[in-house]
Design a protein around this ligand. Structure first.
Ligand code: ADP
Length: 244
Protein backbone atom coordinates (compact mmCIF):
# COMPACT_ATOMS: atom_id res chain seq x y z
CA UNK A 1 0.00 0.00 0.00
CA UNK A 2 1.19 3.49 -0.72
CA UNK A 3 1.99 5.87 2.11
CA UNK A 4 -0.50 8.71 2.03
CA UNK A 5 -1.11 10.12 5.46
CA UNK A 6 -3.37 12.97 4.34
CA UNK A 7 -5.93 10.77 2.63
CA UNK A 8 -8.33 8.53 4.49
CA UNK A 9 -7.11 4.96 4.09
CA UNK A 10 -10.75 3.80 3.75
CA UNK A 11 -13.69 5.63 2.22
CA UNK A 12 -17.17 4.13 2.13
CA UNK A 13 -19.88 5.80 0.07
CA UNK A 14 -23.51 4.80 0.58
CA UNK A 15 -22.62 1.15 1.09
CA UNK A 16 -25.42 -1.39 1.32
CA UNK A 17 -25.15 -5.14 1.88
CA UNK A 18 -28.13 -7.44 1.63
CA UNK A 19 -28.57 -11.19 1.76
CA UNK A 20 -31.81 -11.73 -0.13
CA UNK A 21 -34.37 -9.70 1.80
CA UNK A 22 -32.11 -9.53 4.88
CA UNK A 23 -30.42 -6.12 5.18
CA UNK A 24 -27.01 -6.47 6.84
CA UNK A 25 -25.74 -2.92 6.18
CA UNK A 26 -27.74 0.10 5.09
CA UNK A 27 -26.33 3.27 3.57
CA UNK A 28 -22.97 3.44 5.33
CA UNK A 29 -20.88 6.49 4.46
CA UNK A 30 -17.62 6.70 6.36
CA UNK A 31 -14.03 7.93 6.08
CA UNK A 32 -11.31 6.30 8.17
CA UNK A 33 -8.01 8.17 8.42
CA UNK A 34 -4.66 6.44 8.31
CA UNK A 35 -3.28 5.40 11.66
CA UNK A 36 -6.67 5.43 13.38
CA UNK A 37 -7.48 2.91 16.09
CA UNK A 38 -11.15 2.36 15.31
CA UNK A 39 -13.64 0.30 17.27
CA UNK A 40 -16.76 -0.90 15.50
CA UNK A 41 -19.40 -1.67 18.11
CA UNK A 42 -23.04 -2.59 18.38
CA UNK A 43 -25.21 -5.48 19.45
CA UNK A 44 -25.13 -8.90 17.85
CA UNK A 45 -26.50 -8.79 14.32
CA UNK A 46 -25.69 -5.08 13.92
CA UNK A 47 -23.49 -5.68 10.87
CA UNK A 48 -19.98 -5.48 12.39
CA UNK A 49 -18.65 -8.68 10.82
CA UNK A 50 -20.26 -7.86 7.50
CA UNK A 51 -18.51 -4.50 7.48
CA UNK A 52 -15.13 -6.11 8.14
CA UNK A 53 -15.72 -8.88 5.61
CA UNK A 54 -16.40 -6.28 2.96
CA UNK A 55 -13.21 -4.43 3.88
CA UNK A 56 -11.10 -7.54 3.39
CA UNK A 57 -12.97 -8.34 0.20
CA UNK A 58 -14.58 -11.53 1.46
CA UNK A 59 -17.91 -10.23 0.20
CA UNK A 60 -19.00 -7.70 -2.37
CA UNK A 61 -21.05 -4.59 -1.68
CA UNK A 62 -24.66 -4.83 -2.87
CA UNK A 63 -24.65 -1.14 -3.64
CA UNK A 64 -22.24 1.80 -3.09
CA UNK A 65 -18.46 1.98 -3.13
CA UNK A 66 -15.56 1.14 -0.87
CA UNK A 67 -12.25 2.80 -1.66
CA UNK A 68 -9.20 1.40 0.12
CA UNK A 69 -5.96 3.28 -0.29
CA UNK A 70 -7.36 4.96 -3.41
CA UNK A 71 -8.55 1.72 -5.03
CA UNK A 72 -12.22 1.01 -5.69
CA UNK A 73 -12.61 -2.50 -4.29
CA UNK A 74 -15.39 -3.44 -6.74
CA UNK A 75 -12.90 -3.07 -9.56
CA UNK A 76 -10.47 -5.62 -8.12
CA UNK A 77 -10.78 -8.84 -10.12
CA UNK A 78 -11.25 -12.15 -8.38
CA UNK A 79 -7.72 -13.13 -9.41
CA UNK A 80 -6.20 -9.97 -7.89
CA UNK A 81 -8.13 -10.17 -4.60
CA UNK A 82 -5.67 -12.45 -2.78
CA UNK A 83 -2.83 -10.16 -3.83
CA UNK A 84 -4.67 -7.06 -2.62
CA UNK A 85 -5.50 -8.82 0.64
CA UNK A 86 -1.80 -9.23 1.35
CA UNK A 87 -1.86 -5.57 2.34
CA UNK A 88 -4.00 -6.44 5.34
CA UNK A 89 -3.54 -8.30 8.55
CA UNK A 90 -6.72 -10.12 9.50
CA UNK A 91 -7.53 -11.56 12.92
CA UNK A 92 -10.61 -13.67 13.64
CA UNK A 93 -12.39 -14.59 16.85
CA UNK A 94 -11.65 -18.28 16.32
CA UNK A 95 -7.96 -17.80 15.30
CA UNK A 96 -8.19 -19.80 12.05
CA UNK A 97 -4.71 -21.25 12.36
CA UNK A 98 -3.69 -24.19 10.17
CA UNK A 99 -3.80 -27.09 12.61
CA UNK A 100 -1.50 -29.35 10.58
CA UNK A 101 1.31 -26.78 10.59
CA UNK A 102 3.59 -25.69 13.40
CA UNK A 103 3.47 -22.25 14.96
CA UNK A 104 6.54 -21.24 12.93
CA UNK A 105 4.99 -22.45 9.66
CA UNK A 106 1.65 -20.77 10.35
CA UNK A 107 3.41 -17.43 10.64
CA UNK A 108 5.95 -18.09 7.87
CA UNK A 109 3.34 -19.06 5.29
CA UNK A 110 2.27 -15.53 4.47
CA UNK A 111 5.90 -14.60 3.74
CA UNK A 112 6.51 -17.76 1.72
CA UNK A 113 3.62 -17.00 -0.64
CA UNK A 114 5.31 -13.69 -1.36
CA UNK A 115 8.48 -15.51 -2.37
CA UNK A 116 10.66 -14.10 0.43
CA UNK A 117 14.10 -15.66 0.99
CA UNK A 118 14.20 -18.44 3.63
CA UNK A 119 16.82 -16.67 5.77
CA UNK A 120 14.77 -13.48 5.77
CA UNK A 121 11.62 -15.46 6.63
CA UNK A 122 13.36 -17.19 9.55
CA UNK A 123 14.62 -13.92 10.96
CA UNK A 124 11.31 -12.13 10.57
CA UNK A 125 9.22 -14.98 12.03
CA UNK A 126 11.51 -15.33 15.03
CA UNK A 127 11.31 -11.59 15.61
CA UNK A 128 7.51 -11.55 15.48
CA UNK A 129 7.20 -14.63 17.71
CA UNK A 130 9.43 -12.85 20.20
CA UNK A 131 7.11 -9.82 20.03
CA UNK A 132 4.10 -11.96 20.94
CA UNK A 133 6.12 -13.82 23.58
CA UNK A 134 5.93 -17.27 21.98
CA UNK A 135 9.29 -17.85 20.34
CA UNK A 136 9.80 -20.88 22.59
CA UNK A 137 6.66 -22.52 21.10
CA UNK A 138 7.75 -22.22 17.47
CA UNK A 139 7.80 -26.01 16.92
CA UNK A 140 4.45 -26.61 18.65
CA UNK A 141 1.20 -27.35 16.85
CA UNK A 142 -1.71 -24.95 17.50
CA UNK A 143 -3.82 -27.61 19.18
CA UNK A 144 -1.26 -27.80 22.03
CA UNK A 145 -1.59 -24.08 22.78
CA UNK A 146 -4.18 -22.27 24.90
CA UNK A 147 -6.78 -20.06 23.21
CA UNK A 148 -4.88 -16.94 24.25
CA UNK A 149 -1.63 -18.35 22.83
CA UNK A 150 -3.34 -19.32 19.58
CA UNK A 151 -4.67 -15.80 19.23
CA UNK A 152 -1.15 -14.44 19.83
CA UNK A 153 0.02 -16.62 16.93
CA UNK A 154 -2.86 -15.29 14.83
CA UNK A 155 -1.72 -11.75 15.67
CA UNK A 156 1.86 -12.67 14.73
CA UNK A 157 0.64 -14.06 11.42
CA UNK A 158 -1.39 -10.90 10.78
CA UNK A 159 1.49 -8.52 11.39
CA UNK A 160 4.46 -10.45 10.01
CA UNK A 161 4.18 -8.61 6.68
CA UNK A 162 4.03 -5.26 8.42
CA UNK A 163 0.57 -4.36 7.08
CA UNK A 164 -0.71 -0.79 7.01
CA UNK A 165 -4.20 -2.03 7.86
CA UNK A 166 -5.16 -4.61 10.48
CA UNK A 167 -8.74 -5.84 10.75
CA UNK A 168 -9.81 -7.82 13.80
CA UNK A 169 -13.26 -9.38 14.22
CA UNK A 170 -14.04 -9.94 17.92
CA UNK A 171 -10.38 -10.81 18.61
CA UNK A 172 -10.98 -11.20 22.33
CA UNK A 173 -14.38 -12.88 22.04
CA UNK A 174 -13.15 -16.31 23.16
CA UNK A 175 -10.50 -15.19 25.64
CA UNK A 176 -10.25 -14.74 29.39
CA UNK A 177 -9.52 -11.21 30.56
CA UNK A 178 -5.75 -11.72 31.00
CA UNK A 179 -5.35 -13.13 27.49
CA UNK A 180 -7.61 -10.41 26.10
CA UNK A 181 -5.37 -7.78 27.70
CA UNK A 182 -2.28 -9.28 26.04
CA UNK A 183 -3.99 -9.25 22.63
CA UNK A 184 -5.13 -5.68 23.09
CA UNK A 185 -1.66 -4.54 24.07
CA UNK A 186 -0.29 -6.21 20.93
CA UNK A 187 -2.91 -4.43 18.81
CA UNK A 188 -2.04 -1.13 20.48
CA UNK A 189 1.62 -1.77 19.67
CA UNK A 190 0.75 -2.37 16.01
CA UNK A 191 -1.10 0.94 15.99
CA UNK A 192 1.79 2.77 17.65
CA UNK A 193 4.01 1.43 14.89
CA UNK A 194 1.86 3.25 12.34
CA UNK A 195 -0.86 0.82 11.23
CA UNK A 196 -4.55 1.56 11.01
CA UNK A 197 -6.32 -0.91 13.31
CA UNK A 198 -10.04 -1.67 13.05
CA UNK A 199 -11.63 -3.90 15.67
CA UNK A 200 -15.21 -5.14 15.64
CA UNK A 201 -16.22 -5.86 19.20
CA UNK A 202 -18.96 -5.81 21.76
CA UNK A 203 -16.45 -6.25 24.57
CA UNK A 204 -17.41 -3.56 27.04
CA UNK A 205 -14.02 -3.45 28.79
CA UNK A 206 -12.25 -2.95 25.50
CA UNK A 207 -14.60 -0.17 24.46
CA UNK A 208 -14.00 1.71 27.67
CA UNK A 209 -10.25 1.46 27.49
CA UNK A 210 -9.33 1.92 23.91
CA UNK A 211 -9.72 3.54 20.58
CA UNK A 212 -9.25 6.90 18.91
CA UNK A 213 -12.66 6.61 17.42
CA UNK A 214 -15.71 4.48 17.98
CA UNK A 215 -18.54 3.87 15.58
CA UNK A 216 -21.78 2.21 16.52
CA UNK A 217 -23.90 0.10 14.25
CA UNK A 218 -27.43 -0.96 14.94
CA UNK A 219 -29.50 -3.13 12.62
CA UNK A 220 -27.09 -2.35 9.81
CA UNK A 221 -27.15 1.41 10.23
CA UNK A 222 -24.44 3.76 11.44
CA UNK A 223 -26.01 5.26 14.55
CA UNK A 224 -23.00 6.78 16.32
CA UNK A 225 -19.54 8.10 15.52
CA UNK A 226 -17.42 9.35 18.42
CA UNK A 227 -13.89 10.55 18.87
CA UNK A 228 -12.17 9.43 22.04
CA UNK A 229 -13.19 12.45 24.08
CA UNK A 230 -15.77 13.03 26.77
CA UNK A 231 -18.67 12.18 24.44
CA UNK A 232 -17.09 8.81 23.75
CA UNK A 233 -17.34 7.57 27.31
CA UNK A 234 -20.74 9.21 27.80
CA UNK A 235 -22.08 7.37 24.81
CA UNK A 236 -20.73 4.08 26.11
CA UNK A 237 -22.32 4.67 29.51
CA UNK A 238 -25.63 5.63 27.99
CA UNK A 239 -25.74 2.67 25.64
CA UNK A 240 -23.97 0.14 27.80
CA UNK A 241 -26.86 -2.34 27.59
CA UNK A 242 -26.21 -2.72 23.89
CA UNK A 243 -22.78 -4.20 24.54
CA UNK A 244 -23.72 -6.86 26.98
P1 ADP B 1 -22.57 -8.70 13.86
O1 ADP B 1 -21.18 -9.02 13.43
O2 ADP B 1 -22.75 -7.28 14.32
O3 ADP B 1 -23.11 -9.67 14.88
P2 ADP B 1 -23.29 -9.60 11.21
O4 ADP B 1 -22.53 -8.72 10.30
O5 ADP B 1 -22.78 -10.97 11.44
O6 ADP B 1 -23.53 -8.84 12.60
O7 ADP B 1 -24.79 -9.75 10.66
C1 ADP B 1 -25.59 -8.63 10.27
C2 ADP B 1 -26.92 -9.15 9.75
O8 ADP B 1 -26.73 -9.83 8.51
C3 ADP B 1 -27.60 -10.14 10.68
O9 ADP B 1 -28.98 -9.93 10.62
C4 ADP B 1 -27.23 -11.48 10.08
O10 ADP B 1 -28.22 -12.45 10.35
C5 ADP B 1 -27.19 -11.15 8.58
N1 ADP B 1 -26.22 -12.00 7.87
C6 ADP B 1 -24.88 -11.99 8.01
N2 ADP B 1 -24.29 -12.89 7.21
C7 ADP B 1 -25.32 -13.47 6.51
C8 ADP B 1 -25.37 -14.48 5.48
N3 ADP B 1 -24.25 -15.07 5.02
N4 ADP B 1 -26.59 -14.83 5.01
C9 ADP B 1 -27.72 -14.24 5.47
N5 ADP B 1 -27.73 -13.28 6.43
C10 ADP B 1 -26.55 -12.90 6.93
Amino acid sequence: MSENLNQPIIRMFHVFRQYGAQKALTDITLDIDSNTFLLVTGPSGAGKSTLLRMLYLAEPVSQGQIIIDGINTSRISRRRKPVFRRNFGIIFQNYKLILTKTVFDNVALSLEVMGERPDMIRKRVHGILRTVGLEHRQHAYPITLSGGEQQRIAVARAIVRNPKLVLADEPTGNLDSDSAEIILNLLKGIHRNGATVIIATHDRALIEKLGDRLIQLDRGMLVGDFKNDIRFSESVDRDSDSYN
